[in-house]
Design a protein around this ligand. Structure first.
Ligand SMILES: [Zn+2]
Length: 411
């Protein structure tokens, strides 16, 4: 049981029978705005750092009225609809096709982030508790949601329509932009086979809309649909060059060897190695004790990167809410594991956090506030052919550490 403290007086939404769901959005996220408004900064952080488990479990997350008259917040699992949560299981064919494709790794990763709603649009930032205006920087007319920026913004509509693909992007409004993108990519995967020019055009346009949006915000460039189309074309060219390099590199195909697992190292191991693709990631978290009352400062971020001497096929970072370094480390493993699971069926994740790896091995001994995260890691692991989580030294995860640190400090 965690005691919570309301900011001033009891907010209007909190009545008898109030549920924890009342402070969540329909998309299974915390309603950060409402939480920051209603609770003290310390408690708001506690709530936002409570992991929302992927598994549908009994509602154990409750408000309780204690003898002292204070309200308490009991964390645990609770039942939630899985709607709108892109789950690896149902879309595994899509992800396999995407990762297997010849697209640039940064594009694959970009698509992954769009579909997991992890693109820092103004709306997504606000949902995570960042303040700031939300208007689209291209049209200045609507809130910058993913659906708006990539599809409905008049600028993007014009780009899609005048592109070689000639897409009318405002039809099919009954589906979200994530499904809209997946539908197109699935169509290209299924119909075009080896011929990937439609796929390439589509992704380079999406990517270029985002790049142009960023240059408008950060470099004061003026809005131009032609510029987006130009960027898209130059990226297609860049890709063609990259293909040539790749073909040369494939000649000296590297041997994938599983890491030698020596006695004495803490590991969690599941399943048997199969031939269905292999990836090894290093993960790490960056965490900082919060400075007083500053709601907008990020306390934590997690990073991941493929552990390889070649160009990593996966690399990235994201901001998260976490109450402790341990919670952040567990989130790092979860993010890495989920990402790797959408990439290959044989996964090795390396972390420098002994306690986290031990908790995965033996969840019954884990600290309460990491249990839901650990359960989710194990859930993802069980859908893989082979999963190993290894405790390694700090220097071995330094690549992931740098990514996490940069993400935490960045905007
Ligand atoms: Zn717009």
């Amino acid at each position: 049981m965690e005691k919570v403290h309301f900011r001033n007086h009891i907010p209007p939404w909190f009545q008898a029978g109030a549920k924890v769901m009342d402070i969540m959005t329909t998309e299974r996220n915390w309603n950060a705005g409402l939480i920051w408004k209603s609770f003290t900064a310390v408690d708001a952080r506690k709530i936002l750092a409570t992991h929302i488990p992927a598994a549908d479990k009994e509602d154990e997350m409750i408000w309780a009225h204690t003898k002292t008259g204070k309200y308490t917040f009991k964390s645990g699992y609770w039942f939630l609809h899985r709607q709108q949560q892109p789950s690896i299981g149902t879309h595994s064919k899509f992800w396999k096709a995407l990762w297997k494709s010849n697209l640039l790794p940064k594009w694959k990763h970009f698509i992954w982030r769009v579909i997991h709603r992890a693109i820092p649009t103004k709306e997504n930032l606000r949902k995570r508790g960042m303040e700031g205006e939300e208007t689209c920087s291209m049209c200045h007319a609507e809130v910058e949601t993913q659906n708006h920026i990539f599809r409905l913004c008049p600028v993007s509509q014009m780009v899609w329509k005048s592109s070689w693909l000639g897409i009318i992007s405002y039809t099919q409004m009954d589906i979200g932009v994530e499904d809209w993108i997946m539908n197109f990519l699935n169509l290209f995967f299924n119909q075009d086979g080896e011929e990937d020019s439609r796929l390439l055009q589509f992704i380079s346009i999406l990517w270029s809309i985002w790049l142009h949006r960023n240059e408008i915000i950060f470099r004061n460039v003026s809005v131009s649909p032609e510029r987006i189309l130009h960027l898209a074309q130059s990226h297609v060219h860049q890709w063609t060059q990259a293909q040539k390099l790749l073909a040369a590199r494939q000649k000296d195909e590297r041997e994938v060897s599983l890491p030698a697992i020596t006695k004495g190292i803490t590991i969690f191991k599941y399943g048997r190695c199969s031939t269905e693709g292999f990836i090894c990631l290093v993960v790490d978290a960056a965490w900082k004790a919060s400075s007083k009352g500053n709601c907008n400062q990020w306390q934590a971020a997690v990073g991941w990167e493929e552990d390889t001497d070649q160009e990593p096929r996966l690399s990235g970072a994201t901001k998260i809410f976490a109450l402790s370094p341990l919670q952040a480390e567990c989130q790092a493993i979860l993010w890495g594991t989920r990402l790797a699971a959408s990439f290959a069926s044989n996964v090795v994740v390396k972390s420098d956090c002994l306690e986290a790896v031990q908790a995965i091995k033996n969840p019954s001994k884990a600290v309460v506030n990491i249990v839901p995260i650990i359960e989710d890691i194990r859930l993802v692991a069980k859908n893989l052919d082979y999963f190993v989580c290894i405790k390694v030294s700090r220097t071995q995860v330094s690549k992931a550490h740098i990514l996490a640190q940069r993400e935490r400090k960045g905007k």
